[in-house]
Design a protein around this ligand. Sequence first.
Ligand code: ATP
Length: 230
Amino acid sequence: MLEIRRLNQFYGGSHILWDVDMNITAGSCTCLMGRNGMGKTTLLRCIMGLLPSSGEMVYDGQDLGRLAADRRAGLGIGYVPQGREIFSQLTVEENLRIGLSARRNKLRDIPEQIFELFPVLKKMLRRRGGDLSGGQQQQLAIGRALVLEPRLLILDEPTEGIQPNIVHEIGDIILRLNKEANLTVLLVEQKLPFARRVASEFRILDKGRVVASGKIPQLTDELVRQHLTV
Ligand SMILES: Nc1ncnc2c1ncn2[C@@H]1O[C@H](COP(=O)(O)OP(=O)(O)OP(=O)(O)O)[C@@H](O)[C@H]1O
């Protein structure tokens, strides 16, 4: 579904991503892992077209390289950024409607499926984004990305700063989206038990290079010790 070949990225003079090759297969849930500062967020931002990079990126047979960020979203790639980036002064409904406005085939109403997945958003439609708890904001950020009805959903640390019981709920939602709604998922996640629970595949970045990849049962304690523990 998404093929990345020899992707390189620089921040000014700093070479951050080195010859990254990565295949994301349709229907998989792939966890991108690595210690802090290894380039995970940078790679997601390159995929979304929010940062320039060199190399090849092909999504469903289409070359993403020359497409602006909004065109990539329009192709069905949903993105939930790190820190969620919801609009705190806007209501929950307005936040969701922003997702709606990015759709290629315009819809007037927020799809009911969003409220089935996140009943709390329906109850809080008129509340301001900034008044929601961290977990509710994360649900809103995922809901806003789902309004686009993506086929590939990219999530950057969806459990960061969220209470353990809500972390479990977010895991349930990702599993449902992946297994029942057949959405392909690519997520950055630092919590190992969470990654092992929801993901089917892993990729590890170390200093901007892919150093390991495989199916989740192949994520051995040795790999964890070598590349993930601090
Ligand atoms: N705007 C920027 N300008 C210059 N360097 C940056 C910028 N953003 C990130 N970097 C550097 O790029 C490298 C990769 O950062 P990135 O945020 O992609 O890592 P990460 O693996 O997502 O880490 P984290 O888990 O802490 O979010 C780091 O060394 C970081 O300092």
